[in-house]
Design a protein around this ligand. Structure first.
Ligand code: FMN
Length: 210
């Protein structure tokens, strides 16, 4: 009887952790292309921005639009400039093929090329870097991005969106990838928690807005 009980406990653990790690149907993001928010206002000049001279950039990668929503709210509240990290070769628009390409890139430690470059990089003091969690960590294109710029003297603020797991690991990975920078506490949100209130509490807490 005791033996069966132990088998039962082991099987439960496999189900819980195995399910949590894989981007399966449960982790499925919104279908790409459904959300098509307007281009964020790049005019800047938000009076909440700390110290008049501090210039902020929000750089993000988003496949399905969720991280884009979070990025746009940060931009709206801070008056930051925005840079969308776009791959030269777009990811498949279907979920399963996208997970396969993403997995292959991760397994091969790939550095997918980015289509565009940040203009006037030296002007920015603070750089928000955001992405979805992909296969327990950042998509590999975030490695490409962080290796493309000099982060000495910058302050990096990581953010991510995710379905259920690996939020903290992903934020920590962005910090690790930008080790030359100073860092402020990041934020990771699931789709339903991306709203004005949650983002303003976080930005207030880290002193980016007052
Ligand atoms: C390739 C791939 C891998 C994923 N891996 C995870 C994961 O490990 N943990 C998780 O919670 N969500 C995972 N997800 C779900 C996304 O992180 C989540 O839906 C995110 O909010 C999507 O952001 P986006 O719409 O900006 O692309 C994965 C999604 C994809 C496409």
């Amino acid at each position: 009887m005791k033996k069966y009980l132990i088998y039962l406990m082991m099987a439960t653990a496999v189900v819980i952790f195995g399910g949590a790690c894989s981007p399966d149907e449960g982790n499925k993001p919104e279908t790409p292309g459904i959300e098509n928010p307007e281009t964020p206002d790049e005019s800047g000049g938000n009076p909440n921005t700390p110290g008049g001279n501090s210039k902020i950039l929000v750089a993000y990668f988003s496949w399905g639009g969720t991280t884009q929503r979070m990025a746009e709210e940060i931009v709206r509240q801070t008056g930051a400039d925005v840079f969308r990290i776009e791959p030269v070769t777009p990811y498949p628009t279907e979920y399963t093929p996208c997970t396969e390409v993403a997995r292959e890139e991760k397994d091969n430690d790939a550095r997918p090329a980015i289509a565009d470059e940040v203009e006037n990089w030296d002007d920015y003091d603070t750089v928000f870097i955001g992405c979805p969690v992909w296969w327990w960590t950042t998509p590999m294109i975030i490695c490409t991005f962080s290796e493309s710029y000099d982060f000495k003297g910058k302050t990096v603020v990581p953010f991510c969106t995710y379905a259920s797991t690996y939020r903290d690991e992903t934020l920590a990975r962005i910090v690790e990838l930008t080790s030359d920078a100073e860092h402020l506490t990041g934020e990771g949100l699931t789709s339903g928690r991306i709203n004005e209130q949650n983002i303003s509490s976080w930005l207030n807490e880290i002193g980016v807005i007052q």
